[in-house]
Design a protein around this ligand. Sequence first.
Ligand code: DX5
Ligand code: ZN
Length: 231
Amino acid sequence: MTTRINPSILAADFANLERELGRISSADLVHVDIMDNHFVPNLTFGLPMVERLQQVSPVPLDVHLMIDDPDRWAPGYAEAGAYSVTFHVEAAADPVALARRLREIGARAGIALKPGTEVEPYLELLPEFDQVLVMTVEPGFGGQSFMPETMPKLRRTADAVRRAGLDVWLQVDGGITADTIGIAAAAGADTFVAGSAVFGGEVPAERIAALREAVASHSHPVVGRTGSLDG
Ligand code: DX5
Ligand code: ZN
């Protein structure tokens, strides 16, 4: 199984984003948090910023949309060239139609679930998605504590993906550190977003390496190969 480390630039220096992207070139993808101050009580940036990041980033973009009406706005991020576009199911009017549109444009399509959102209604739709993001904090802010109570849902999602023989990536986001990453890996996550744990260090690349080591040593022995997008 491949594992992926996706640093969140929410915790980066916004005045020097190109330099910050250069400091995480050993990452698998860059996680880009879009917040609209409606779906979540916080505001970041939007499409023009992502278009520019796409031009300068050495690693592909993993866009996490915490916005209302993703049916309207998400395709623009795929058109900008994002490698993956993940929207919240709680906000989408037609998650399947939207995922199909994103795939048609050429992006991987992801759905995100807040900690209180059950996954069961979406399990039969799994073939429509490339990624399920199980939020491990309430979306809206970096630097919060990992919520272990979200792990049973992650485990049920992983079981469903395995039973169906699908290649759906399972992402966790929020409070992921060298101490918590093993818990999420053991529950079935393969894609790990980390903001403060990466950019909080003097040398982000060392933090990425430490997360890779922690996930390899804590999780099931089949988790070995790192650093690749496929497989
Ligand atoms: C929170 C965002 C996260 C955030 C994670 O709503 O979706 O991506 O950047 O930050 P940390 O890793 O600091 O919890
Ligand atoms: Zn995020």
